[in-house]
Write a protein that binds this ligand. Structure first.
Ligand code: CUA
Length: 329
């Protein structure tokens, strides 16, 4: 009985599943095609289940007179088996056709307006924006911006282990495999902020491997790209200035790139405009001066096992570095 109550409550709560990371909240051409397919399959299977349960109940409850001695009873089993086989065949063929048609819809957008290379690694996302000819424009981390209504082509790569690229509200998931390039094309039909998540277990911090997708109108998107293409500013104020000097003199610059400065490391995220991003550590923290300071001060407590080492800083240096990073808009 308790089990049944839990199931009913779960059903009620799950019905409310939605928000910015839900395949049921489809806001793009691919995710809508997938949602339509799964709705058809679940509806047909649900209907069949109801029919089977109904037949079972009818068979159990109906009253039958006892057969007379020696009378041969025809249960109609042969007919039922034939009907089941024919019905199952028709349904499997229909589902296969529907799946094929959906896959065609997913692959239809080939010549995309926006080209991005997404490289997954334990446990963050590197996004490289390219122009139409495949020329490098700029790099960002854990945050994608895309224009509404335009096709986006993402080349999926992985550096270390298998990851999986998934923005449930916008597209189906696709694996990212070391040494292999997979391509996913999708489109957002409505402006909004969506959440992407690694969908393949890839180690200790797999669940903390998320990213933000900002779908915005063409004008805002263009403004954002112009800002991202520009080299880093030198944030005003003595504290930020001192922070820049600390950053460049410590090992930070060996792992991170800040375009327009001497920092040109490539093993960590490009920080040229880190202050303009919404999240830090692949969706784990909101970007504020406080979280930047906390992350630099103790990355292994916040996200155990990640590749960011502890760089010993005095409290003054920590304040200065966080002021500098926050100012990199
Ligand atoms: Cu990357 Cu899970």
């Amino acid at each position: 009985m308790r089990h049944a109550v839990v199931m009913v409550l779960l059903t009620i709560f799950l019905t409310a599943c939605g928000g910015n990371q839900s395949a049921l909240n489809a806001q793009g051409i691919s995710s809508t095609a997938l949602k339509d397919l799964i709705t058809v399959i679940v509806s047909v299977c649900g209907l069949i289940w109801l029919m089977v349960v109904g037949c079972l109940a009818w068979a159990l409850l109906r009253r039958r007179s006892e057969p007379a001695e020696g009378q041969v009873v025809d249960h109609g089993l042969g007919k039922a088996v034939k009907l089941s086989v024919a019905g199952t065949t028709v349904i499997i063929i229909a589902f296969t056709a529907a799946s094929f048609a959906t896959t065609r819809r997913l692959d239809s957008a080939s010549d995309a307006d926006i080209k991005i290379v997404a490289r997954a690694q334990q446990w963050w996302w590197q996004f490289t924006y390219q122009d139409k000819n495949g020329i490098w424009l700029f790099q960002t981390a854990n945050e994608l911006h895309i224009p509404v209504g335009q096709d986006v082509r993402v080349e999926l790569e992985a550096l270390d282990v298998i990851h999986s690229f998934w923005i449930p509200s916008l597209a189906g998931k696709l694996d990212m495999i070391p040494g292999r390039k997979n391509v996913l094309t999708f489109r957002a039909d409505r402006a909004g902020i969506y959440r992407g998540q690694c969908a393949e277990f890839c180690g200790l911090q797999h669940s903390h491997m998320a990213f933000v997708v900002v779908a915005e109108n063409a004008e805002e998107y263009k403004k954002w790209t112009i800002g991202q293409i520009a080299p880093a500013s030198h944030p005003p104020g003595a504290e930020a200035k001192a922070g820049e000097a600390v950053f460049m003199s410590k090992p930070c610059a060996a792992c991170h790139t800040i375009r327009g400065t001497n920092a040109s490391g490539t093993s960590g995220p490009d920080l040229t405009h880190v202050g303009s991003r919404q999240t830090l550590a692949a969706g784990l923290l909101d970007v504020t001066r406080g979280t930047l300071a906390a992350w630099v001060a103790d990355p292994q407590t916040i996200k155990p096992g990640n590749n960011m080492p502890l760089v010993p800083l005095t409290s003054d240096e920590l304040r200065q570095v966080s002021a500098y990073l926050e100012g990199l808009k």
